[in-house]
Design a protein around this ligand. Sequence first.
Ligand code: ZN
Length: 137
Amino acid sequence: MDFEIIVRKKEKGEVVSERLIKKVEIKRAETILELGFRHKEQIGIIGAIQDEYIPLQVEKISEKYQNCPRCEGKTKKNGMKYTDYHSSLSDHKLRIQGYACRCGWQKRPTIHGEYGTSVHPDLTKMQGMLGAKMPYK
Ligand SMILES: [Zn+2]
């Protein structure tokens, strides 16, 4: 038997895309190491799922800038940019739409610019707890 982890995107109830995240053949685990996914595999699976999920959320950020905050006119797309995001288990390089307006206003959104940080608080917290457990040198 094969086991597949698939991400499915639906819009108004219709499946618009599917992506295979991981496929494994079901085998008996000869040692406990083979029972379930290894730690690194688990992080890889979550990272791959987030790679599908976060860009959809980033598109929602772009929607905010389709109208100019200065003159309320309709903005034009002005190139794609990359922005970094550090989630608790995975790092992401996200493409984000830039916008410009006839009045001269322009915006190149970044995760840091939108939220004041590009690091998810869960990661900050984990790093803090990890640091606290380390012996002081
Ligand atoms: Zn404007």
